[in-house]
Ligand binder design. Sequence first.
Ligand SMILES: Cc1cc2nc3c(=O)[nH]c(=O)nc-3n(C[C@H](O)[C@H](O)[C@H](O)COP(=O)(O)OP(=O)(O)OC[C@H]3O[C@@H](n4cnc5c(N)ncnc54)[C@H](O)[C@@H]3O)c2cc1C
Length: 411
Amino acid sequence: MLIETPESHYDLVVVGGGMVGASFACALCKAVENNSLSILIVEAVPLSVNLSQQPSFDARSTALSHGSHRIYEQMGLWSQLAGRVTPIKEIHVSDRGRFGSTHLVHSEHNVEALGYVVENQWLGEVLNEAMAASARINLLAPAKVNQASPLATGMQLQIESGGNNFSVDTSLLVLADGGKSPICSQLGIEQSISDYQQHALIANIAFEKPHNNVAFERFTDTGPLAVLPLGSFESENRGSLVWTVSAGQSADLLALEPGALLELLMERFGNRLGRITHTGERFCYPLTLSVAKEQIRPGLVLLGNVAHTLHPVAGQGLNLALRDTAVLVERLQLANERGGPLGDMAVLQDYLDNQDFDQRRTIRFTDQLTRLFSSNRQVSVVARKLGLLSIDLMPSIKHEFAEQAMGLGAK
Ligand SMILES: Cc1cc2nc3c(=O)[nH]c(=O)nc-3n(C[C@H](O)[C@H](O)[C@H](O)COP(=O)(O)OP(=O)(O)OC[C@H]3O[C@@H](n4cnc5c(N)ncnc54)[C@H](O)[C@@H]3O)c2cc1C
C-alpha cells in the first residue's frame, strides 16, 4: 500500500523500487505471507509518472530467462505478466560476414520457451500494482533516502519525502538503488569498475517478416547487435534492438536521420527479417562492468545493479539479480521463522556463499562474451568462429551455453 508517512522502525527497508527492489519486495512479501514482518520500500520516482521516465521501467525490453519465468511464477505474478510477454523459442547467434553460427532451440532443452521478452514498462506496471495492492508492503514514493548509517543492530536511514524529513531504523537494509549509488559511496563500499568504452543503443524496430519467436544475436565489427522478438502492434512485426557501439559512435547514431539509420541497420543485421521498415525513439546507455567489493555488512545487503552491473550482451543482469533475490528471500524467510534478526551476518553470509558461484560464473560469462565478440583482432575472430562452431557441434558445450542463457543450473 502507498503511504505518506513512514513509521520509525521496520524489520526490513528496501531502497529503490526499480526492477530488482520491487521484485524483491514482492517475492519477500509472498514468502512471509503468514508471518508478521514489516517492510518499507522507498522509491525516488513517483509512481504516477509516465513510466518511461523511471530509470528501471523505461523504453527498454528485457529478456527474462526460463529461470526468471519460474521465479515470477512463484511470486504469483506470472499470470499478470504473461498477457504481454513474447516467448523466445529459438536463439540464433552469428558473426556478421563470417562463417559460423549457432542455434539454440527450445524443444532441444525440453522447455516451452528459452525465455520471454517483456517490455520494461509492463514489468513496472505489474510490479507497482502488486506493491500498491499488498497490505504488507509499505511503499513510500516519491521519496529519497539521503543517508544510511550503521546502528548497533541494523541501519538508520534519513528519508526525504513531500518536503519532510524522516528518520527510520531497520534491522535489514536492502540496497537496490542501481549502479550509481551515492549511499554505497557514503558507506565506503567501493566498486571494481571496468569501462567497456561502449554504449548500448536501443530502439523498437519494425520489419517485413514475422520473427517467429526467434531472438537474434549478431556480432558485428562495431560490436554485438541483438534483436529480441516483441508482440506485433497494429499488425507491424516488432522487435527490440540492442546495438552495442563504441562510445564515440553513439552520438552520431542517435542523431542520424531515420532513413540512413535503417540502411545502416540493414547492412549490419542482414535481411533475415526482411526489410527493416521503422525505428522508434532511440536511447543510449553507457556500458560498464561494475562489481561491489562488499555485498553484505551487518544489517545491509546490496542487490541488483548496485551489487553487479553487467554488459547487456547476454541479457543476464536482471536474471542474475532475480536468482540472488530468490535465494535471499529463502534465507530471510528461514531466519524470520526462527525468530532471529534479519540483518544477522550469519544469515547474509549464508546467502552470499550460496550465490557466489552463480555470480562469478555469470559475470565471467558475460564479460568474456563481450570482449570476445567486440573485438576485431584476428585472434578473437578465429576464437569466435571456433566458439560458435564448437557450441553448435559439441552437445555438452551447447548445453552449458543454453543453461546459462536460460538462467538454469548455475550451481
Ligand atoms: C540496454 C540494456 C538492456 C538490458 N537487457 C537485459 C536483459 O535482456 N535481461 C536482463 O536480465 N538484464 C538486462 N539488462 C540489465 C537490467 O536492466 C538491470 O539488471 C536492471 O535494470 C537492474 O535493476 P536495479 O533495480 O538494480 O537498478 P535500476 O534499474 O537502476 O533501479 C534503481 C531504482 O532505485 C531508485 N533509487 C535510486 N536511488 C534512490 C534513493 N536514494 N532513494 C530512493 N530510490 C532510489 C531509482 O529511482 C530506481 O527506480 C539490460 C540493461 C541495459 C542497460
